[in-house]
Design a protein around this ligand. Sequence first.
Ligand SMILES: *Cc1c(COP(=O)(O)O)cnc(C)c1O
Length: 231
Amino acid sequence: MDNVGSNLQAVRNAIAQAARTAQRCAEDVALLAVSKTFPAAAVRAAFHAGQRAFGESYLQEALDKISALRDLPLEWHFIGPIQSNKTRAIAENFSWVHGVDRLKIAERLSAQRPQTLPPLNVCIQVNVSGESSKSGVSPGEVAELAHAVARLPQLRLRGLMAIPAPAEGLAAQRAPFARLRQLLQELNAQGLKLDTLSMGMSQDMEAAILEGATIVRVGTAIFGERNYGEK
Ligand SMILES: *Cc1c(COP(=O)(O)O)cnc(C)c1O
C-alpha cells in the first residue's frame, strides 16, 4: 500500500505518454482507480496521492468502503455486473454505472435514483469480442438500447464501455477498442450526444488511449495484484 502513490504516478505518466503518441490531451483521459478487493485504507492512500474517482465491482464491499470514507470527497463508479435486486443501492450511492446492458436495469436505476441527486451517469456495456464475455449487448443491439436509455429522466447516458478478451500485442488489443469508438460515432451521428469511451485496463490501457478512451479503469497497476481475484 506504501506504493500506491508511486504506482499512481507511474500510471499517470503512462497515460500522458500514450496520449502524446495519440496526439491527444492527457487531460481528456480520466483515470478511474479500480479499488475492488482492496481496503478503504488503500483508497485513502490513493486519495492523498491526488486520486478522486474509484471503481468498485461488488456491491456490499463497495457500500462498506463508501461508508468508511464518507469524510473524503470521492466519486464512486459501479463497474460490476448489475443484478436487479441491487439497483436501488447502486442508484443511491454511486455517481456512475459503467455496465448497463439491459433496458430493465436502466429503468430501475432511473426510477430509483433519488431526486435530490444529479442524474446518474451511465455507460452501456458492449460485447465487442464475441464469445469471451457474458456481459454486454452485441454491437447490433446497441443503438436500440442507447436510444431507450437516453430517454430515461434520472439517467444521463454518457457513452459506451467494453472489457475485451485479453489479447497480446498492440494491434490485436486495438481492434475491439476501435470497434467501440466506431459504435460511439454512429450513435452520435444518430443524434445522441455521447462523450465517454470507458475502455482500457492495466494490461491494455495504451491501446485503448490510442483508440480514444476517455476513461481508463485501472486496478492492478495502482493497487497491486488482487489476492482473491474475481469473487
Ligand atoms: C477489475 C476491473 C478492472 C481493473 O482491471 P486491472 O486489470 O486490475 O487494471 C477494470 N474494469 C473492470 C470492469 C473490472 O472489473
